[in-house]
Design a protein around this ligand. Structure first.
Ligand code: ZN
Length: 439
């Protein structure tokens, strides 16, 4: 038996849906560094000179490999992040720096969901839709098309986990139709291969867990529904306070006259090879090089924790230390995969235009066309915390964001040649900045 949804409620919801439609209800990129195309750098700037794969580039790439492969996922506040911190600390120490592990609290948004199908191996990763309640539900897996009102007519979904396709009607209307028909939970299949980021909107009163899955999981899940499989849905939304840490390498005299930084944490479920084992590997190699060079005078090196969840590491650092007198801050975030898509090429992300233009000039002198640019609107990185504290700061960025925050951000999708370019440019830039500092 199908419970007809209360017409009055549906009418309200259609109205609400239309309102939501006007302000974008059916998926918006999540926060952080989304792989959106940047409008600020209209042209693809690609390297013209082929970089020499120096021993330094080999070392930086080996650090990347250790962080991405030997350690793996490094989500804020986890053992993986702590293991990576210990690795970076050991490298800074080996290069002769006095090392401090500076802990801080990070507020982590928990936004996690899993689907377990009886007899079908480990849990499938899903993402709760915004506004979905936390909870657990088990029942038959039943496919109900797009989840429009008519799709439930004559369909028994009492106590079932309802599987729906994305599209045509809003997520909220799909979920209400399912809930009104007696469903215990809802899974929405994305109509694109990747993960589904979406929202039910506010105040819908939906009381059953509603999650989204990547489009590539559509066919196997629909087949399991036809086979009458049993599913268990878990959705966990909330926040948690975790302890993370920055790893700081200071010269023996302990004085910091300028900073270099990179975040070493990753999002869950990825090796984070480009984001940001690459920047951390480059940072460690630059620390080694700088310790033996004049231009290393007064340089301090910081590996930031908990960047992916909201720049917590760099914010904690500038709150705990007076950085306002620093000459500059260079941040490295994703430096081992030069983006080829329009607007997705390498660039210096300006916290400070003059510093970014100087970096672009230095790169040009080496034969690398790398312009000043910016991140997409809803993205940022750790230079921003220093910019806000009044320090001329930039992020060095290779572009290449198509795989970030996905399991495809692996060793196979990063390149030592690209990392070598940023090593060359960074050393030349540090030499130039030292000249300017000592004139
Ligand atoms: Zn990053």
């Amino acid at each position: 038996m199908v419970k007809r949804a209360s017409r009055a409620l549906v009418a309200v919801l259609v109205l609400a849906a239309l309102l939501l439609e006007a302000c974008g209800d059916d998926s918006a990129p999540a926060t952080g560094e989304a792989p959106a195309t940047s409008t600020a750098t209209p042209t693809v700037a690609t390297a013209t000179a082929a970089p020499e794969i120096s021993a330094g580039a080999e070392r930086a790439f080996e650090h990347l490999r250790v962080l991405a492969i030997d350690i793996g996922e490094r989500f804020a506040g986890t053992d993986g992040e702590r293991e990576a911190a210990a690795y970076v600390a050991a490298q800074f120490e080996a290069a002769g720096y006095s090392v401090a592990i500076e802990e801080f609290e990070a507020q982590i948004q928990i936004n996690d969901a899993t689907i377990e199908i009886e007899g079908e191996g480990g849990p499938i990763r899903a993402l709760p839709l915004g506004g979905s309640p936390s909870g657990e539900a088990s029942g038959r897996l039943v496919f109900a098309g797009l989840g429009e009102f008519a799709d439930f007519e004559g369909l028994d979904v009492e106590g079932a986990i309802v599987l729906l396709d994305r599209g045509v009607v809003t997520f909220a209307l799909k979920a209400v139709n399912a809930e009104e028909s007696g469903a215990a939970g809802v899974i929405v299949i994305n109509n694109e291969p990747g993960d589904l980021y979406g929202t039910l909107g506010r105040g819908t009163g939906i009381a059953i867990p509603v999650v989204g899955v990547a489009g590539r999981l559509g066919s196997p899940l629909r087949a399991l529904a036809v086979a009458g499989a049993e599913a268990t849905l878990r959705s966990d939304i909330g926040s948690d306070v975790r302890t993370s840490q920055n790893v700081v390498g200071r010269p023996e005299d302990g004085e910091c006259r300028a900073y270099l930084g990179a975040h070493y944490d990753s999002v869950p479920d990825t090796e984070g090879a480009n984001d940001n084992a690459s920047g951390t590997g480059l940072l460690i190699e630059l620390a080694r090089v700088a310790s033996g060079e004049e231009f290393g005078d007064g340089l301090c090196f910081i590996a930031f924790g908990a960047e992916e969840v909201g720049l917590f590491g760099s914010r904690a650092f500038v709150q705990a230390h007076d950085v306002s007198e620093a000459a500059f801050m260079l941040n490295f975030d994703m430096v081992a995969r030069i983006g080829q898509r329009a607007g997705d090429g390498p660039r210096f992300i300006a916290g400070d235009i003059a510093l970014a233009d100087l970096a672009a000039a230095v790169a040009g002198e080496l034969g690398y066309g790398i312009p000043r640019g910016s991140f997409p609107a809803n993205a940022s990185s750790d230079h921003a915390s220093f910019s806000e504290a009044g320090v001329p700061a930039i992020t060095v960025h290779s572009g290449g964001a198509e795989f970030i925050h996905t399991p495809r951000d692996t060793l196979e999708t990063v390149f030592i040649e690209d990392l070598a370019i940023f090593l060359d440019v960074s050393i030349a830039l540090l030499e130039r900045l030292f000249e300017e500092r000592t004139q």
